[in-house]
Design a protein around this ligand. Sequence first.
Ligand SMILES: *Cc1c(COP(=O)(O)O)cnc(C)c1O
Length: 399
Amino acid sequence: MSSDNEYRLSFATRSVHAGYDCKANEGSLNPPIYMTSTFAFDNVEQGAGRFAGEQQGHFYSRISNPTQEILEARLADLEEGEAALATASGMGAITATLWTLVGPGDQILVDETLYGCTFSFLEHGLKKFGVDICYADFTDHAEVKAKLTDKTKVVYFESPVNPNMRVIDIEALSVLVKDFSTSITVMVDNTYCTPALQRPLTLGADIVVHSATKYLGGHGDLIAGAVVGDADIIQQIRLFGLKDMTGAVIAPMTVFLILRGIKTLQLRMERHCHNAQRIAEMLEQHPAVDQVFFPGLKNDPWHQVACKQMDGFGGMIALELKGGREAGVRMLNRLKLAKLAVSLGDAETLIQHPASMTHSVYTPAERAEHGITEGLVRISVGLEAAEDIIADLDQALAG
Ligand SMILES: *Cc1c(COP(=O)(O)O)cnc(C)c1O
């Protein structure tokens, strides 16, 4: 956080302005898109200085670019971190960070349920390189405590968890981990909330990662990611995880679109939250629905934790129908307005079936073990009028 902030602008204002000064750019209201791969040096000494990190300035767009720098400043500001790194995808952010933080013999302790490709990267990827992947139910603090070891380097989780909507107490978890060892990095995937609803760094986490493909971009027209944390670790991730290990570089045009999306982030999140609350309440009453997983419902097991750490309950809902997987498939095939599609955080309501789509990289046995039921349906509630989404769900459920 900036230290000279007697007068701190509100989140909505910073979403529009942070990190960009139009006076420094010919008065251009929107940031210029620097379509360049390389940067010319004044002389050899300057080039050498930039490569050595002794001089400020860009040298090659696989490391940094002036357009990208604006997005990074804005994201760092909104997440209340020192620095940020924008990447080509959410997976680019997650993998660049973990390649930087761990090596053979180290342990990563993760929540039992993760976004499918994150799980696959750890279980089917990093494990092959001698990294120990250990799972715990992060809503059970005693279990987490029991699984921390002197080999633990990173503690990683999402909240709310994709796709089953458990909510993990970020502050309690961070305190517990730091009590055990201050050298363990607490890393949170904040994709579901965005900083408009939840700021994990202010709750004790060390690193936040995002799929900016989702709410940050907000319009379903790009793939991107980001990492936010202390300046020194972000610099390490940039110069190793990004530059050498993944090359997951974001394109300047994509940066521009995310900056545009973020200007309306708070407005959009308010509407997503409002719509999701109404839809979750409708589904809870529906005779075809067995269970609704949404932290905004009063009797959701995670409601209290969500109230404590989130500024709104978000736009994601999971549900289980009474007829299980078969009933879910029938409902999905009957949708008219909502799109049957993976991804989330778009203007359009998107509905999908995790077991056969986003979480199909888990084997059936792994899904059973990791809390992803076969009948689970996931809804990313869009920005349409709530009554129209409700009518569509109603007719699909009536089938
Ligand atoms: C989509 C998603 C990712 C991966 O992001 P990409 O931009 O698709 O690479 C990671 N975590 C969560 C929670 C996601 O929803």
